[in-house]
Design a protein around this ligand. Structure first.
Ligand code: FES
Length: 66
């Protein structure tokens, strides 16, 4: 699902980049070649990044099993 509508970035893309060691919101955006615009997605992206960082095996993409 799209998380960032301004940049058309999905939760899968955010999770995949977070799993590659891009462990802050700003570095995840940067690795996707983007940056927040309106900022409405930032709290959710932060939550996604924290989830992947804390439990990478719980996320199939992060664990490399998807
Ligand atoms: S929805 Fe992500 S910057 Fe606007």
């Amino acid at each position: 699902m799209y998380v960032c509508l301004c940049n058309m970035i999905t939760d899968r893309e955010f999770r995949a980049h977070a799993a590659q060691g891009d462990c802050t919101v700003s570095t995840v955006y940067r690795s996707l070649g983007s940056q927040p615009r309106c900022g409405k997605c930032v709290p959710f992206v932060k939550q996604l990044v924290e989830q992947v960082r804390e439990t990478p095996r719980a996320h199939p993409i992060a664990a490399g099993t998807a």
